[in-house]
Design a protein around this ligand. Structure first.
Ligand SMILES: [Zn+2]
Length: 338
């Protein structure tokens, strides 16, 4: 049986709703708990770090000295994780540009939620500064990108900024994905059939001459029954299922819930909360459809729970032919994935 390559990445960020949550509970504790499990299997982790948060923390710490402790804690944590051989890559939530700390809490203005909501000069500055911020913490090069909220389209508006800053790999797309919320729109329904591909102007379409590489997040089809169970489980609120994160999410549109509760939808393969119970299903789907690619699983530290980490442990314990990689393993002149 051939080896399957697996990548585990987390979007390292606070909540963007009415309460941002704490550094300890949304970032440090869940990553530490997950790494305790991953270390048993010598599996490496990639953190897509919301770099705008770090920059805003430093800016606002001059007025609000209590933020200095948060900045120190996050930087120390990321440095330790990188020194232990894990990967740090670029995640951009540009609404940090418009958000501030009021002395008690973060006040988010998400009217410019997408990077596309900024002009091209601003986009160039954001990509440059955010990447530079992470390179100051990481032992390795930062060259991979995941768009905040999966909002990467239309790509032509952000392409030049990524190219100019040496960001040549994207891992935002998940096949069949769709968000119809206009402020957080993306459409991955018509995506290359290849397990990974080079691209130029459209991250969902292969262009063999393109300067970018797309490593899609793996996809898992989930039935309405899964989401009904998930809603029920949330009501039960057992301690094991309670996420580490202590903030509140941005509200979703009613269409978001309706579609998931009435038809099979495609989700990114994820270790968040109850979704971690679908890892075996996601791997089977991957092996049936994308055998030559990377089993690329994502999550968020804030959404991990003792239950989800236990599910990861159980899943990894069953794997005999798994090779764990990070984006650093894809560097080189020619990418060889399979
Ligand atoms: Zn994010």
């Amino acid at each position: 049986m051939p080896t399957t390559k697996m990548m585990i990445s987390l979007d390292y960020e606070l909540f963007f709703g009415p309460e941002a949550g704490s550094v300890e509970n949304c970032l440090v504790s869940p990553v530490t708990a997950l790494l305790d499990v991953l270390n048993k299997y010598a599996a490496k982790l990639t953190l897509f770090v919301d770099a705008g948060y770090l920059i805003r923390l430093r800016d606002q710490a001059t007025q609000h000295p209590q933020l200095g402790a948060d900045l120190t804690a996050v930087k120390r944590h990321l440095e330790q994780v990188s020194q232990a051989g894990h990967d740090i890559q670029l995640h951009i939530h540009p609404h940090w540009e418009d958000s501030h700390f009021d002395g008690k809490q973060w006040c988010f203005d998400t009217s410019r939620y997408r990077l596309h909501d900024f002009n091209e000069i601003e986009i160039g500055r954001i990509v440059r500064d955010y990447k530079h911020e992470l390179e100051g913490l990481s032992c390795h090069e930062v060259f991979a990108y995941r768009a905040g909220g999966w909002c990467i389209q239309p790509f032509d508006k952000i392409k030049a900024a990524l190219l100019a800053n040496g960001v040549w790999l994207d891992s935002t797309v998940y096949k069949h994905g769709l968000s119809e919320d206009p402020s957080r729109w993306y459409d991955f329904r018509h995506t290359s059939a290849a397990p990974w591909w080079y691209f130029s102007d459209d991250p969902t379409q292969e262009d063999k001459q393109g300067p970018f590489v797309q490593i899609p997040i793996s996809t898992v089809p989930l039935s309405p029954l899964f989401f009904w169970k998930m809603a029920l489980v949330k009501k039960l609120a057992s301690r094991r299922l309670k996420p580490f994160g202590d903030g509140q999410v941005m509200p979703q549109t009613s269409g978001y819930y309706l579609s998931r509760l009435t038809q099979t939808t495609f989700s990114p393969a994820s270790i968040d909360g109850v979704k971690a119970s679908t890892l075996s299903q996601a791997l089977n789907y991957h092996l049936r459809h994308e055998r030559e690619g990377i089993f690329n699983v994502m999550g968020h530290p804030k959404a991990l729970s003792p239950y989800s980490i236990e599910q990861v442990d159980r899943f990894l314990a069953k794997q005999r032919q798994m090779e764990y990689i990070t984006f650093q393993d894809l560097r080189g002149t020619k990418i060889e994935i399979s």
